[in-house]
Ligand binder design. Sequence first.
Ligand code: NDP
Ligand code: 2IT
Length: 450
Amino acid sequence: MSYVQTTLDRLQASSPGQNEFYQAAREVLESIRPLIEKDPLYSDQNIIERLVEPERQLLFRVTWQDDQNRIQVNKGFRIQFNSALGPYKGGLRFHPSVNAGIIKFLGFEQIFKNALTGLPLGGGKGGSDFNPKGRSDAEIMRFCQAYMSELYRHLGSTTDVPAGDIGVGAREIGYLFGQYKRLTASYEGVLTGKNINWGGSLVRKEATGYGAVYFAENLLNSRNESLDGKTCLVSGSGNVALYTIEKLYQLGALPVTCSDSRGCIYHDRGIDLALLKEIKEVRRGSLEEYIQQHPDARYLAVKDYPQRGHAVWHFPAQAAFPSATQNELTALDAKALIQNGVICVCEGANMPSTAAAIDLFLEAGLAYGPGKAANAGGVATSQLEMAQNASMTQWSFDEVDQRLQKIMRDIFTLSHQTAAEFGQEKNLVLGTNIAGFRRVANAMIQQGAV
Ligand code: NDP
Ligand code: 2IT
């Protein structure tokens, strides 16, 4: 039996029911096989067994009071997965689907993503099964305060630095930061994604979406193509989707879709970004509101999606940017994308494509940018925020944006060169996983058995 299967069997026995984590682990373990076979150092040092085991996992009760004065209870998570390259770094997700396996898959992905940036960042992730939908601002604040009342003792600007993810944006980061400061009497860069008036970095809000588009442009340029004039499919309508759409317009592309958990919009004239921001960032509403102002757009509810598929991937286009959530792009969707003429898929979300969908992309020779590389602009800009906080400076929008562009270019080049080194130039799954793994594994070996 191969070491991949042996490792997965062992994980399934010791951590049952964590399917997303096995999926993420299988992809990395299979990708790095050529390196493991070539260089015995990694097996000799038992690096794989060490890497799949988190350094620390925190699971705690979050007790808070709702607007009716009822006591509510949620689960709180923080996984401190790997600190070989720097303080634990990764977002917090507040969504009812959050469980230990979801946090573990996200934390595992984060290790390699952060390594790819070339910046001093370890891997971590956290969150809660708290559902922010329908909750008042006061409830959100009390929940964030209760969550931080436990987590604060495990954080620090050189220990563990959370940020946003699904359900956690600038508002939540503000409440979390306020409570951290109250409990510790310390004003430090312990969270990123802060408001720019009190320690945040310009471009952090835009960084994941902008970064995914910069990555796609680099990838397409390497194939003598560009985004200019391309029709693009985008899923999601949160932070990553909005700023993907914004940058696509800036580079001359035409984004024609977006989605949320209830349905999707297809607007062949191009998504009205100002309206979408108003609905999602200001009103926190549903996409159904979009067609009230644009009757020429189409709205499809989730109940009308194809079985085992997502309608957003079934419209004609040349590029696709999954920017909502894990496993939102299935084999059925991948077939539709390829048939409809898509030549580029770049992942703003974490693990949005199923393993079968990825196989189809690679077989078809698509320009495929895996999430670990394509969405690393968010965490990379978080590190730029940490650097500004540590030096008590603030850089201009242009300065941060230039750095982000260079980081995305460097991630593409490293992934591309690593894939070529192993004789599979077009396979960025292999390139990103080997490049990320090598950087973390080498640091672990140099730091000894800790
Ligand atoms: P937001 O909460 O801002 O937006 C999430 C979007 O995805 C919303 O439109 C939401 O719809 C939709 N969505 C969430 N869960 C589901 C689901 N189960 N089914 C269908 N739609 C869903 O989150 P972000 O934009 O920050 O995150 C999007 C993705 O990008 C995630 O995979 C995240 O891990 C990843 N990511 C985020 C980074 C960041 O900096 N924020 C950095 C790197 C990756 P609705 O509002 O109806 O729930
Ligand atoms: O998945 C991710 O990279 C994020 N949610 C952002 C992490 C961060 O620390 O900025």
